[in-house]
Design a protein around this ligand. Structure first.
Ligand SMILES: [Zn+2]
Length: 407
């Protein structure tokens, strides 16, 4: 384990992780075919050292929230509106000005923003992708806080229609559309429809198994098979500390948490495999997907206890080590409940990148679920934030408060 530390410097590890995230975050032109098969892979959430493990000095993010104001309100007609992929010169000019010349336009050309007017609590907005160029969509309220929305791809194939319940009144709603690749055909790409009012979806409690016992052939539903094999964590003190750290994070919400030594719970349940393994790209953990509104209550994630930040935590003893792996498991669980990466290095869902190197275990252990700026894109030297994610509010809507038993 120490060999690993000395053989590859920490700075190299961070650089590699950042490079990988950059590649995962963008859609390459001409890759439409590849995307059809690779959607699941691209939805997989890898967490490098830059994401969770070490962040002594986070990079200052570039705030792009005013991009929402650079576009006009779309026209509704009989409760329906169509958005095409026409270029948005004002949006583009703003992004060019804010991001500077060292960011290639290909990174921001696939982003589109539209104002869609006031939204009312209880109404349902349907978003239908009319073109394969549409990769992901998200709605935001007047404070630029994300309304849980999600991708148009899903785990089982290609979901092309989303129905999004609006949970807060807002004077200005916005839609962000991420294209698979830059495209300006002026053809329709998204149809919005106001479906009227409906009772909001009831919160649904979640059961999760923290699996420390080791597993063979751990495979994500997309077919992504990394890692194939996860070893066991045999240290009882570490297992107990990990479970307690995880429980503390999710204590306010309706969640039943068991481990692999308990009797198997009633299905459905998610499983987080925690143990030494060989995740790619120096990732501390990987979640199967960002599972919007917990559509899949039986998804999986992996925490790699072999990673360097965790090896360093282990030097502080089994309790610190256990709490650290528990916090990473809690971060991966956040993805399985629909949460994305935020720029705040003190947020549990941080995807913050760091200047220099170092491992701040105390900071990792203190991370919390909170409202924080969403990361729209990361590159080696730049981190952009667009909109906010209110993690606690989202989890309360998705899971309900503690006390509601899991089904
Ligand atoms: Zn993550």
């Amino acid at each position: 384990m120490r060999g690993k530390l000395s053989r590859i410097g920490v700075a190299t590890l961070v650089g590699l992780a950042i490079g990988t995230q950059g590649v995962l975050a963008i859609a390459l032109p001409g890759c439409a075919e590849g995307f059809l098969g690779a959607g699941g892979f691209l939805n997989t959430v890898g967490d490098g050292l830059n994401s969770v493990g070490s962040c002594l000095s986070p990079l200052e993010p570039i705030d792009l929230n005013l991009v929402f104001e650079k576009t006009s309100v779309i026209e509704w007609e009989n409760g329906s509106a169509v958005i095409d992929d026409a270029a948005q010169p004002d949006v583009l000019a703003y992004l060019e000005e804010q991001l500077g010349q060292d960011v290639m336009p290909v990174y921001y050309l696939p982003l589109r923003f539209h104002r869609i007017g006031p939204l009312t609590r209880g109404e349902v907005i349907q978003i239908e992708a009319l073109s394969d160029v549409v990769d992901r969509v998200a709605l935001y309220d007047a404070e630029y806080t994300r309304v849980p929305a999600g991708g148009v791809h899903d785990l089982d194939g290609r979901r092309r229609t989303l129905q999004i319940p609006i949970t807060r009144d807002t004077q200005a709603g916005y839609i962000r559309i991420d294209l698979q690749y830059p495209s300006t055909t002026n053809e329709p790409m998204v149809r919005l429809a106001r479906l009227g009012f409906a009772a909001p979806p009831a919160p649904r409690g979640q059961t999760v198994v923290l699996h420390f016992g080791g597993a063979e052939l751990v495979t994500f539903r997309s077919g992504y098979l990394i890692p194939a094999q996860v070893g066991a964590i045999d240290d009882d003190a570490a297992r107990t500390a990990a479970t307690e750290a995880f429980r503390t994070v999710y204590a306010p919400y309706s969640m039943t948490i068991v481990t692999d030594v308990d009797p198997p719970p009633t299905a459905p349940f998610s499983v987080i495999h925690i143990g030494p393994t060989d995740l790619d790209a120096y990732s501390l953990g990987q979640a199967e997907t960002i599972d919007t509104r917990n559509a899949y209550p039986d998804d999986i994630a992996v925490v790699d206890a072999n990673q360097i930040a965790l090896e360093i935590a282990r030097l502080f003893g089994p309790e610190t080590y256990g709490r650290a792996i528990g916090m990473i498991a809690a971060h991966e669980m956040g993805h399985l409940l629909g949460l994305e990466h935020v720029a705040d290095a003190d947020a549990l869902m941080t995807g913050a990148q760091c200047q220099g190197s170092g491992v701040d275990i105390e900071r990792l252990l203190r991370r919390q679920l909170k409202r924080a700026p969403l990361i729209a894109f990361s590159s080696e030297l730049k981190r952009w934030v667009i909109g906010y994610q209110d993690a606690r509010a989202e989890l309360l809507e998705t899971l309900g408060p503690a006390g509601i038993p899991a089904p």
